[in-house]
Design a protein around this ligand. Structure first.
Ligand SMILES: N[C@@H](CCC(=O)N[C@@H](CS)C(=O)NCC(=O)O)C(=O)O
Length: 202
């Protein structure tokens, strides 16, 4: 088995879905958490492919972009969906969630809660609720066990909920999405990781 090294900040944010995917897939990895001082040095060098984190290194090959990494780990561990079409469905939901992440980052960085975040939430959450309404298993791609779409969406919403001052109202009107989060965080293969992961701001 190759050696896997994940480099990210000491945060959950974009790194945590990858850590959770490794944990669910039963793969050991080096969890390299860099501080801002280390990041400034890395960013100025050619150490990362696109001057951004997360990044994984596998047998000397560096892979950046959260979803590319997540899909890779999902494929390595059998969680990318049982066939191409199901994988594409999971990909499309994860990609849509990445759009939502970009939208809520604008709010987080620039304090645009009302003008940016609330409209983005109103636009995106119904997409995910609707996808779950078509699933008979409670997983986004209607698979017997989860795929990377479930990991990315649940992980991204967990990150967002830790920043949202009105988190208690977040799931109002979205019962399937709330049930999905509970199902995801109760997944048996995730429990050890959840018990052991460090507490971080978000
Ligand atoms: N689309 C990229 C975005 C990566 C990204 O923006 N990463 C942030 C951290 S979440 C980063 O590296 N920020 C440091 C910087 O830009 O200097 C991905 O999903 O991996």
């Amino acid at each position: 088995m190759p050696l896997y090294k994940l480099t990210y900040f000491d945060l959950r944010a974009r790194g945590e879905p990858i850590r959770m995917m490794f944990a669910i897939g039963g793969i050991d990895f080096e969890d390299n958490r860099v501080d801002w001082e280390e990041w400034e040095k890395l960013a100025k060098s050619t150490a990362t492919p696109f001057s951004a984190l997360p990044m994984i290194e596998v047998d000397g090959v560096k892979i950046a972009q959260t979803l590319a990494i997540l899909r890779y780990v999902a494929r390595e561990t059998g969680y990318a969906g049982p066939d191409n079409l199901t994988s594409a469905l999971a990909d499309s939901l994860a990609d849509q969630c990445a759009n939502f992440v970009m939208a809520f980052m604008d709010w987080h960085m620039d304090a645009l809660y009302t003008s940016c975040y609330l409209p983005a939430r109103a636009k995106h959450l119904p997409f995910f609720e609707q996808a779950l309404s078509k699933s008979s298993t409670g997983w986004f791609a209607n698979t017997p066990d989860l795929t990377h779409a479930d990991v990315f969406i649940a992980g991204s919403l967990e990150w967002l909920l830790r920043m949202d001052p009105n988190a208690k109202e977040f799931y109002d009107g979205f019962p399937l999405l709330e049930a999905h989060a509970m199902k995801f965080f109760a997944h048996p293969k995730l429990q050890k990781h959840l018990e052991e992961r460090p507490e971080t701001r978000y």
